[in-house]
Design a protein around this ligand. Sequence first.
Ligand code: 3PG
Length: 209
Amino acid sequence: KTEPLLKVMEGQPVIPVLKIDRAEDAVPLARALAKGGLPAIEITMRTPAALDAIRLAAAEVPEAIVGAGTILDAEHFAQAAEAGSKFIVSPGLTPQLIEAAAASDVPLLPGAITPSEVMAARQAGYSLLKFFPAEQAGGADFLKALSSPLAGIRFCPTGGVSAKNAPDYLALPNVVCVGGSWIAPDALVKAGKWDEIEALAREAAALKR
Ligand code: 3PG
């Protein structure tokens, strides 16, 4: 399952991390992001509307690759997979999540920060990891320091990543893509400013790796 996940992550330099309060916003939002060049999106399970948002976007926006984020346990995993998520993202990794992911066709991007966490994830078969919260954990310098001892592991840093610091991460050999919420700010989503979100997506999609 690493291959399809890698394809998604290699397909764009930035994966928008979305917190959706009104499920119906998911459709125009996913459309605008795809139009701007960011078809893969992570809808986080941080709002009551998240599952409906995933369901709507997955059903109505065929050009989008809808993933679920902030998956903390097996129940979340099952709900997100059932709603039609194409990939699943977690801030960490637990034995329960390893088991849930093993029983599913939907690929998991688990989170790890420390060498021991990365090694445990590697032993569980994961070589693509989320690095969260990236800026607070030590940023691009920290991630760069992991690249030599933990060669073969690649990351999607998220958390405090912005248009400004994304290039620092994208320049690293062990970074596939970054994730962040700056492409779809709450205020623009609430106001339905889809054109502005599309423009932010277009800028993010043009970032070099
Ligand atoms: C995530 O879940 O990946 C982060 O909360 C995104 O962090 P950001 O809002 O700082 O981009």
